[in-house]
Design a protein around this ligand. Structure first.
Ligand code: ZN
Ligand code: ZN
Ligand code: ZN
Length: 170
């Protein structure tokens, strides 16, 4: 028997009275089916409720965008070269001047362009998230200032007659 936490009635724990809810400790909903129905018809079906929900979603999304922009602005002050190099690279990829390559270490196609020299925005090494982080950690450990070459040679070059090179530099 389960006591509905809304109407306080006690019902047998069967599908006749409760919906199944895997996240609940009993495996059943906290509210009886009746209460569920009342609440559902009261809230989720009304246009006001839906409008509210939509507003929440939009506000949430906007705050996330704002956070992203703020992070970018802070980064721009701290690492202006990095941000402008990344922007230039992004535009070059979008315009088809540069082709994204798989991670030079593991071949993962979800790669980021890593700059070992921010003064050469189009000379990047394509690394997956994992190997990118590893490379940054390694560079940080050796006190690298991102103006000299890293461990890997640039794996993608400006397209000149279809010349895209992948050169894992072991
Ligand atoms: Zn109830
Ligand atoms: Zn990788
Ligand atoms: Zn990087």
């Amino acid at each position: 028997m389960i006591k509905c936490s809304r109407c306080k009635s006690v019902f047998p724990a069967t599908e006749e009275y409760f919906y199944r809810k895997t996240s609940s400790t009993t495996g059943w909903d906290y509210w009886c089916k009746n209460c569920r129905k009342i609440i559902d018809s009261k809230h989720s079906r009304t246009p006001e409720y839906r409008a509210k929900k939509k507003l929440f979603r939009v506000a949430h999304r906007e705050s996330e965008n704002a956070r992203g922009l703020r992070r970018k602005a802070t980064e721009k002050v701290k690492k202006p070269n990095a941000v402008s190099a990344r922007d230039k690279l992004g535009r070059a990829v979008r315009d088809g001047k540069i082709t994204k390559c798989p991670c030079v270490v593991c071949g993962n196609s979800r790669s980021h362009g890593h700059h070992s020299d921010y003064t050469k925005p189009l000379e990047v090494i394509w690394l997956c998230a994992l190997h990118h982080r590893e490379e940054h950690e390694r560079l940080k450990a050796v006190g690298h200032n991102f103006n000299f070459g890293g461990r890997y040679a640039a794996s993608s070059f400006v397209l000149s007659g279809g010349d895209i090179g992948i050169s894992p530099n072991s």
